[in-house]
Design a protein around this ligand. Structure first.
Ligand code: PLP
Ligand code: COI
Length: 340
């Protein structure tokens, strides 16, 4: 199969329309059989629930070309499970988990010409999502839904790829106590839009959100979980019920423990102790693991010893091992790699 003529190595994290997308509709209490379509536009009522009350959820997954030319995805069963939790919390019907995985395979296969070649650093980002589509004016859930999946080839989420970024401690919250921070609902990202624009205007790459109840503990950023490395090389990640349970973070914790022989710990992390860590990274499907060089807390700079020039040694090893597993150069744990 011939690849599209795209400058793969210079892609940023943006949207490029690809040939096919998947759509299935929930109506009268059941999902239809679903199909691949060519049209990327969606027509809906001006009063659609998603437009008025933001009833929408999504997932993010990547497809990779491996060193031996296969196309694979990474742990889509975990995204299927999280998508089901998001649907339940948002009063939406669950899209069956096996059909979720199957729809991803179908869309990636139909857009195989857009899967970036091995070694270019780019990947095919897969975006499953679901929204309430029928007109709703009183505040209540929709009764008709669309589940869709599209793909887009992407480069690094943060400009500069592996170069350390600077983040600030945000005065805005992305989640509420007992709210929806733990699911992947569009509304969480709407909450973060002002904060990210403001951060960029002030010269920061991202926000570090604190726990919304006490504002003393580290939660996550707008699109990734935190991993910290202690000075004695232990991996620490914040525990909170208002952060998104990142597939990448859970996978990196496994890699740290079982591939690199490191001690790992998921626990509450206080802002006050961030200054004591040796390295800091942001992990997610889009972010992979991106190094943080500096955190600015209201003018006070917390500079990690790994510095602003390159990724620290442990984050580098974690990144190389994870991407090696994803690209087929390092043996994966059972079930992690799903061939298209
Ligand atoms: N946290 C937030 C808020 C996210 O949007 C994402 C992205 O999906 C993550 C964390 C990372 O999760 P994952 O590794 O499953 O992509
Ligand atoms: C992802 O990593 O897949 C995300 O959803 C993060 C961001 C693009 C919102």
């Amino acid at each position: 199969m011939e690849k599209k003529n795209i400058d793969w190595s210079n892609l940023d994290f943006g949207y490029i329309e690809t040939d096919k997308r998947y759509v299935s509709t929930w109506k009268d209490g059941a999902w239809d059989e679903g199909r691949l379509i060519g049209d990327s536009m969606i027509t809906m009522s001006e009063c659609a629930c998603v437009l008025q009350y933001a009833q929408t959820i999504f997932e993010g997954i990547k497809a990779y070309e491996t060193v031996d030319g296969r196309i694979v995805t990474f742990r889509p069963d975990l995204n299927a499970e999280r998508f089901a939790s998001s649907a339940e919390r948002m009063e939406m019907p669950v899209f069956p988990r096996d059909r979720f995985v199957d729809s991803i395979k179908k869309v990636v296969k139909a857009n195989a010409a857009y899967v970036p070649p091995y070694g270019t650093g780019a990947t095919l980002y897969v975006r499953p999502y679901m929204f309430g589509i029928n007109p709703v004016i009183g505040v209540k859930p929709a009764t008709e839904f669309q589940y869709r999946v599209f793909t887009t080839p992407v480069g690094p989420y943060f400009k500069g790829g592996a170069k350390p970024i600077t983040i600030r401690v945000s005065d805005f919250d992305r989640a509420a106590p007992h709210g929806t921070g733990h699911i992947k609902a569009g509304l969480n990202y709407a909450m973060s839009l002002h904060a990210i624009v403001d951060a960029h205007n002030q010269g920061y790459d991202e926000n570090m959100y604190l726990d919304p109840q006490t504002r003393t503990k580290v939660e996550e950023t707008g699109g990734a979980n935190f991993l910290f490395v202690t000075k004695d090389n232990k991996i620490v990640t914040p525990k909170s019920n208002s952060i998104l349970p990142s597939v990448t973070r859970r996978s990196l914790m496994h890699v740290a423990e079982h591939y690199l022989g490191l001690e790992v710990e998921e626990r509450e992390v206080y802002l006050d102790e961030v200054k004591d860590f040796a390295e800091c990274g942001l992990c997610g499907t889009a972010a992979v693991i991106s190094p943080v060089g500096k955190v600015v807390d209201h003018g006070k700079e917390i500079c990690f010893p790994s510095g602003m020039e390159e990724m620290g040694p442990t984050i580098t090893k974690l990144r190389e091992t994870l991407t090696g597993i994803q690209m087929g150069t390092i043996e994966a744990p059972d079930g992690w790699i799903v061939e298209i």
